[in-house]
Structures are given as structure tokens and as C-alpha cells.
Design a protein around this ligand. Structure first.
Ligand SMILES: [Zn+2]
Length: 87
């Protein structure tokens, strides 16, 4: 005889932007996927610093929605311009 039991498993139900808090997953994708763990169509920033660097082993992980990623691109371009001015 087979005995059945209910097991609770954790799934990724949403991925939110680390800047504005909005979901990075659109509604139709949410409805089609029961686990968003493999969902990869959004902006991510991962930074890991090795031993010996001033951040010594620190890890950073950020997720961004498309709108905030656009804002970030503007910021990156501003920083580029600032750096290029000095040289
Ligand atoms: Zn956002």
C-alpha cells in the first residue's frame, strides 16, 4: 500500500525590483510559471570581491525592473562622462 503525505516545498513566486519594489515579471509570465526560480529575463547585478580587495569577500546581488535599469544606465553614462572629463 502506498502512503501519501503532503510535502511543503518553497517556490519563487515573484521577483521584485530592489529599487522600486515592483515585480520584474509580467502577469502572463507569472500565470504560466509555477516556479519563477529559473526566470532570467530581467536585469541583475552581482558583485563579488575577492580576498585582498578592500571589500574582502563581500557579495552584492541586486534585481532591477526595466524602468529602474534604464535609470541606472543614465547614471552609468553620467559617471562615464565625469571620469572622462578628468583625464
Ligand atoms: Zn524598479
Amino acid at each position: 500500500m502506498k502512503e501519501k503525505s503532503v510535502q511543503v516545498t518553497q517556490v519563487v513566486s515573484d521577483i521584485t525590483c530592489d529599487i522600486c519594489g515592483q515585480s520584474v515579471v509580467n502577469e502572463s509570465q507569472k500565470n504560466n510559471m509555477t516556479n519563477l526560480d529559473s526566470f532570467a529575463e530581467y536585469a541583475r547585478l552581482v558583485a563579488e570581491f575577492g580576498y585582498g580587495s578592500s571589500r574582502d569577500g563581500e557579495k552584492f546581488h541586486f534585481d532591477f525592473c526595466e524602468g529602474c535599469f534604464d535609470d541606472l544606465l543614465v547614471k552609468i553614462n553620467e559617471l562615464k562622462r565625469l571620469h572622462n572629463k578628468g583625464s
